[in-house]
Design a protein around this ligand. Structure first.
Ligand code: ATP
Ligand code: MG
Length: 432
């Protein structure tokens, strides 16, 4: 036998019954986005590598070590499997001039790829859902996006998701803070780990984000970016805070919240939970007013967030909030394969009336006994069995048996209906 092929490490199949949870989550997300007036944008999974190098910044975890990049074998073009989709959205918006008549509210969902060490809540192919408001200066849309996320937690029934916010100010303010931060860190260079030493001059802000316990005291006492913000940046931040307070949304200001991509400015935020171990950030985002220019477009303000769908589903599972997988309304028991020509069109008509019907199909050793078919019907979770036995069919009828009687209600009965009157009995089978 040939060697068994397996999926790439860190890349998962999503099979039933879990796939139903994904569909459920996706539906909830789509419905919510519609209510907020966000519309779907689908972009390619492969983009030019330069989009991410320029968009995210060269000294970021993603660009330094996490991208799946390859060369197009025909023209030598450098390509990358998208590690995130904000840069792709901005590219598409620029390319199609989507902002020609004003701001746009967009959302996307789909797989992202990062070469990380796989562990719970961290995969190499994972899925993000993202919302982006482009062409709006904020802070009203900043607040809208945060409120939207809070509505999502409510709608999903999630609890214990906490909001952290910060402001990264504008590039000039960050520059002033950067000088002070480098000076401070240099004065304590005996306490810096390898990562921090490497980043000291390339991306010192990210050092504040370190997870190394030995460096916590050092970064806690470091100069705070917030103290370097000018009047306008502070005003933006305070107006965002006031809007959150007007909604009764609780938040914590985390002066060390810096985010992994270089493109952020002003508002940044994360939704975190303590229930997923160290992969506790379920949704993260911020304002990225500089990104349009960085990838060669006319400047435009923008803000957005992305949530990790695996982490949301994991948290739902942890909290027992995942829905039961859907079951058929009815399972069709067909003792005789020769009757299929008569039975299948009836099932089709039922489905046209909105009934979820699963038919018993032959396996290698035939249709199986009535008894084994009933077992299958039961195992399917269906509420009814449709019995297309020879006696029933001869009289042009079907028997319907309730498989799940109401607890405490009358015993499940079996009733017969005419095959020609599907429309009347379909009503009784439809989902309640
Ligand atoms: P982390 O600090 O956990 O690596 P990040 O800052 O790299 O997160 P973002 O790029 O902001 O993450 O992506 C937004 C969200 O996507 C994260 O908050 C997380 O929920 C999810 N996410 C990011 N990377 C992964 C991954 N490798 N596997 C699963 N989910 C991920
Ligand atoms: Mg990461």
């Amino acid at each position: 036998m040939a060697d068994k092929l397996t999926a790439v490490k860190g890349m998962n199949d999503i099979a039933p019954p879990q796939s139903a949870h994904w569909e459920w989550l996706e539906e909830r997300l789509r419905g919510l986005m519609q209510r907020y007036g966000y519309r779907c944008l689908r972009t390619p999974i492969v983009e030019p590598t330069a989009l991410f190098v320029r968009g995210l910044g060269e000294v970021t975890d993603i660009v330094e070590k996490e991208m799946y990049s390859f060369e197009d074998r025909l023209n030598g073009e450098q390509l990358t499997l998208r590690p995130e989709n904000t840069a792709g959205v901005v590219r598409a918006v620029l390319e199609s001039n989507l902002l020609y008549d004003g701001g746009k509210r967009l959302y996307y969902m789909g797989p992202m790829f990062r070469h990380e060490r796989p562990q719970r809540g961290r995969y190499r192919q994972f899925h993000q859902f993202g919302a982006e408001a482009l062409g709006f200066a904020g802070p009203d849309v900043d607040a809208e996006l945060i409120v939207l996320a809070c509505d999502l937690w409510d709608e999903l029934g999630l609890t214990g998701v906490e909001l952290e916010i910060n402001s990264l100010g504008q590039p000039a303010e960050r520059q002033a803070h950067r000088q002070a931060l480098i000076a401070y860190l240099q004065a304590h260079d005996d306490q810096l780990d390898e990562d921090a030493k490497r980043r000291l001059h390339s991306n010192p802000l990210r050092i504040l984000d370190t997870k190394n316990p030995a460096m916590q005291a050092l970064v806690n006492a470091a100069p705070r970016l917030m103290d370097y913000l000018g009047h306008e940046s502070l005003d933006h931040f305070n107006r965002l805070r006031a809007l959150l307070e007007a909604h009764g949304i609780a938040y914590r200001i985390n002066p060390r919240l810096v985010r992994g991509m270089d493109y952020y400015n002003l508002s940044v935020f994360e939704f975190v939970t303590t229930q997923l171990g160290s992969q506790g950030t379920v949704c993260a985002g911020g304002r990225y007013d500089g990104l349009f220019e960085q990838i060669g477009g006319k400047p435009a303000p923008a803000v957005g967030w992305a949530l990790g769908m695996e982490r949301i589903l994991e948290l739902l599972k942890e909290q027992g909030k995942l829905p039961e997988p859907p079951v058929p309304d009815a399972y069709a028991i067909v003792p005789d394969a020769a009757s299929m020509g008569q039975v299948m069109p009836v099932l089709r008509a039922l489905r046209a009336h909105g009934v979820r019907v699963q038919m018993h199909a032959a396996s290698l050793d035939g249709m199986g006994s009535m008894k084994s078919q009933f077992k299958k019907a039961d195992g399917s979770g269906a509420r009814h069995a449709l019995i297309f036995g020879p006696d029933e069919l001869q009289q042009g009828q079907v028997s319907i048996k309730a498989l799940r009687a109401d607890p405490g209600g009358p015993a499940a009965e079996q009733r017969s209906f005419a095959l020609t009157e599907v429309a009347t009995w379909a009503v009784d089978l439809r989902p309640v």
